[in-house]
Ligand binder design. Structure first.
Ligand SMILES: [Zn+2]
Length: 572
């Protein structure tokens, strides 16, 4: 254990039965963690706690429980999820396991119609997750209501509309789809007679859906951050931006110290801003928060699409008719321009590249762009690299040559691991989430939630993601490629220090070490000692941000306040 000789008295001392420090001092048995000015100043065996205490020190006792550093999630669409949480009726499987459950949930939501609309949220691959193995039909939605426009957003790419919603959106027999909407190429599915079936793809941005007022968005963000992230112990989050209004409200919440999760914003180009505007964000986004709580970290661009729409750019063709190898959404020149301009602005570039061809393209562009740049530019990230590697060697060699950091999402193993082979071929049974091999090959990995419309209910819970790493269970409970499982300790590191490394912030967070931010979790059980199949059920009882409590779980035991006298403290 580390200790400096008789440090200044702490502002706060946390006592606990044990600590998982990740990269900090090996601890076994009870500990005392001292915090001063929001940072960890000492970690000692508990019996030496009195050395840390002065007259003004607050002493918090977690009893037998275990401490963990706050989780660091480098990639989520928190604003999208917060809006969705606020505005939609939850129809997701397995909460709704059949089409009749979905229809009933929508029926229950009718009294909360807004501007004559009710929006249901289904999850990604919704058709495969419902008992019937298909989407609800337009007629089935009509049976819920013909007077309220109904739309079920089955993830962010596919939606199902009732007749009134189609009418309000102007989708009739003569409707001609636009060439491009912000998430991909829109299309309206039609029956044999040419009338719209109710299923539309990549159309959500073109539908006249109701929006939130600023006051509602403020509430949605404050409640959403607590419910989606803080309560699960995520104390640092990479937020892929949605709206400028949303960023402003997050900043206001942090400036008032009302939010419990630090935010590293990546400005979504072109959804939130054009590339030039994003690189010049200071001219339009004045942030009042302490930069340790919220700051702009980078820019996020999409170089290809997603697997659920068969638009990820692959080297091999899809198994589905008419999809070829998917499509790149950016040219090499555009990617090079994004690398160069963000580097000039001191911003980190995060490129969404789902397919292996997209990853090779992005790496080639990064290699080309870097020739003209100093070696010290913020390390470019490739989002989703590490999830699916049909040709492992080609991919990791390209990553290494380009010097990118891969940003995988273990939780997708549960979302779609068992559905992917049908889209891309049987090799996907053996080539998804090869975390064992990547760690053995020396790659440092992070883990992120990538929460959006259509995420699973607990997609933002790192213990669910950790379970995906160690148990590798799919949505329907199959084990996917067991030999790629990693240990609990390795998974904990991915979700803490691994995330910090993505931001270039491994010296400030991600482990319990002297000098780091006092972002500390009190867990109800030690995740290293529970049966591994149950690890997703480990709960966070209390969350400290800079040593201050920002979350206490209902039904969890709060830390007990202890007086210096009770501790037998002797220092003045
Ligand atoms: Zn994302």
């Amino acid at each position: 254990m580390q200790s400096s000789s008789l440090p200044d008295p702490a502002d706060v001392v946390v006592l606990a039965g044990g600590a998982i420090t990740i990269a900090g001092p090996e601890t076994s048995g009870p500990v005392a963690v001292a915090i001063r000015n929001g940072r960890i100043t000492s970690i000692l065996p508990r019996e030496r706690a009195r050395e840390l205490v002065g007259s003004g020190t607050e002493i918090l006792d977690a009893g037998e429980r275990t401490l963990l550093p706050g989780f660091v999630d480098p990639h989520g669409h928190f604003e999208v999820a917060a809006r969705t949480r606020y505005l939609t009726v939850d129809c997701r499987a397995p909460r709704c396991s059949s089409i009749s459950d979905v229809l009933e949930a929508l029926r229950q939501g009718l009294p909360e119609a807004r501007d004559g609309w009710v929006i249901g949220q289904g999850n990604l691959f919704f058709d495969k997750k419902l008992k019937e193995g298909r989407f609800p039909t337009r007629e089935e939605l009509d049976s819920v209501s013909r007077d309220v426009a109904l739309v079920v957003r089955a993830g962010g790419h596919v939606s199902i509309l009732n007749s009134l919603a189609l009418e309000r959106a102007g989708i009739d027999g003569a409707y001609v789809e636009a060439d491009y909407s912000i998430t991909g190429r829109p299309s309206v599915m039609r029956d044999a007679k040419g009338s719209a079936s109710g299923v539309v793809k990549e159309m959500d941005r073109l539908l006249p859906l109701p929006d939130l007022s600023d006051a509602e968005l403020d509430t949605a963000i404050a409640e959403g951050l607590t419910e989606l992230y803080t309560r699960y112990g995520v104390t640092s989050l990479g937020e892929i931006s949605e709206s400028r209004a949303g960023l402003g409200l997050m900043d206001r919440g942090h400036a008032r110290e009302q939010l419990g999760t630090r935010l590293f914003a990546y400005l979504w180009v072109p959804g939130t801003a054009e590339l030039a505007e994003a690189c010049d964000y200071r001219s339009w986004l004045g942030l009042d928060s302490d930069p340790a709580r919220m700051r702009v970290q980078g820019v996020k661009v999409f170089s290809d699409g997603g697997y659920s729409a068969a638009s990820a750019a692959q080297t091999r063709p899809y198994q589905l008719e008419g999809h070829g190898c998917g499509e790149m959404a950016m040219s090499r020149e555009q990617i090079i321009e994004a690398v160069v301009r963000t580097a000039d602005a001191g911003l980190q570039l995060a490129v969404h590249a789902n397919g292996d061809r997209a990853q090779l393209e992005v790496c080639a562009a990064v290699v080309a762009a870097r020739r003209g740049l100093p070696a010290t530019i913020p390390v470019p990230r490739i989002e989703h690299a590490g999830n699916f590697l049909p040709d492992y060697d080609a991919a990791v060699n390209a990553w290494a040559e380009a010097g990118i950091v891969p940003v995988p999402q273990p939780v997708f193993l549960q979302n779609f691991g068992e559905f992917l082979p049908e889209y891309v071929g049987d090799h996907a049974w053996h080539t998804q989430f090869p975390f064992r091999r990547l760690l053995d090959d020396g790659w440092s990995l992070s883990a992120s939630s990538d929460v959006w419309v259509g995420s699973e209910e607990q997609q933002t819970n790192p213990f669910v993601s950790i379970s995906c790493c160690v148990n590798r269970r799919t949505f329907h409970g199959q084990v996917l490629n067991a030999e790629q499982a990693i240990s609990v300790d390795e998974a904990l590191r991915m979700h803490t220090l691994g995330g910090a490394e993505v931001f270039g912030e491994s010296s400030s967070r991600g482990s319990l070490e002297v000098g780091k931010l006092a972002d500390i979790l009190v867990l109800d059980r030690d995740p290293r000692r529970v049966p591994v199949e149950t690890i997703a059920s480990v709960q966070v009882d209390q969350v400290l941000l800079s040593g201050r409590t920002v979350f206490r779980r209902d039904g969890g035991v709060p830390m007990r306040q202890v007086s210096a006298a009770q501790l037998g403290a002797v220092r003045p």
